[in-house]
Design a binder for this molecule. Structure first.
Ligand SMILES: [Zn+2]
Length: 298
């Protein structure tokens, strides 16, 4: 099932999915998480965010792996074509996840299916600079990494850029700085911006540090509607119920939990959609109160 086009005022949001599959093992992925806590949320997680039980018994340990999606949001305003987060990219040596090593996907054809050629993209925005959010920033051409979207301004939060420039060998970068970030800067296509950067009064950044030091969410508002692109502030809908679940990979685990609580506090029981970087189909959802916790309503 593909994500339906979301319309917010005069803006449309589509999802370009590059990959989906099992990645997050519980326990393990989040140090605080137990499988019992997953089961406690099963009523709303099924069928989208948790595979229905195959039989009446316990879910065997080998099946306690949650699916995630790799996708880019294509945001079209009356003025601009914008891509938010650019997945892993083709032709890259990546160690973190075997399926993401030397990927060869038809990502650009999927974007072309929306009538958008690489030249038509005005902005590429990265919520943060981990390797699975910057890959399609570049492509390999005659042995060199060049900007995939030659006319785009690439929006990187300067705090984020400065941090990873100093820690390029981190496992969550996985080689991405030299092949997916630096070539954009060297080509003169990057704008290293402050946390309050706005493209216009429809699209603007909002710092949400924790997963990474310069992680940002991206606000979209038009015609009375709104959405919040939350990047990796949440990796899985379970963290809506358990905002205290941080990852080992978060540079600041307490900060990451705090970012989730702030986002929940801001958009829970409002009309604002949460658009996360890795949520599975149907991807469009809102956060609503659920007893003493919260859940996604799709
Ligand atoms: Zn990610």
């Amino acid at each position: 099932m593909a994500m339906k086009t979301l319309k917010i005022g005069n803006v449309t949001v589509d999802r370009v999915q590059d990959w989906a599959g099992p990645v997050f093992r519980v326990p393990g992925m989040w140090p605080a998480a137990t499988w019992e806590q997953v089961e406690a949320q099963r009523d709303w997680l099924e069928p989208h965010f948790l595979a229905p039980r195959k039989n009446a018994g316990e879910v065997p340990e080998k099946d306690r792996i949650l699916d995630i999606s790799l996708h880019t949001y294509l945001v079209r305003t009356p003025k601009f074509n914008i891509l938010i987060d650019t997945c892993v990219g083709n032709d890259r040596s990546r160690k973190a996840i075997p399926d993401w090593h030397m990927m060869n996907t038809d990502y650009l054809a999927k974007i072309a299916a929306f009538g958008i050629s690489p030249e038509d993209v005005h902005y590429v925005m990265c919520t943060h600079l981990h390797f699975d959010h910057v890959g399609w920033n570049t492509r390999l051409l005659n042995g060199r990494w060049v900007p995939t979207f030659p006319n785009a301004r690439y929006i990187f939060h300067k705090t984020e850029y400065d941090y990873w420039q100093g820690d390029q060998d981190h496992f969550a970068m996985d080689g991405a700085f030299p092949d997916s970030v630096l070539p954009i800067v060297e080509a003169g296509r990057a704008d290293l911006v402050k946390g309050d950067f706005a493209i216009d009064d429809t699209i603007w950044l909002e710092p949400s540090p924790g997963h990474t030091p310069g992680h940002v969410c991206i606000n979209l508002a038009d015609g009375g509607g709104s959405a919040l692109f939350t990047g990796d502030a949440f990796h899985h809908p379970l963290q809506v119920a358990y905002p205290e679940w941080s990852l080992h990979a978060d540079t600041d685990m307490a900060g990451s939990a705090n970012a989730r609580r702030n986002i929940i506090g801001k958009i829970c029981d409002t009309g604002t959609y949460i658009m996360a970087a890795h949520f599975m189909d149907p991807t469009i959802a809102r956060i609503v109160r659920n007893k003493d916790r919260w859940k996604l309503k799709v």
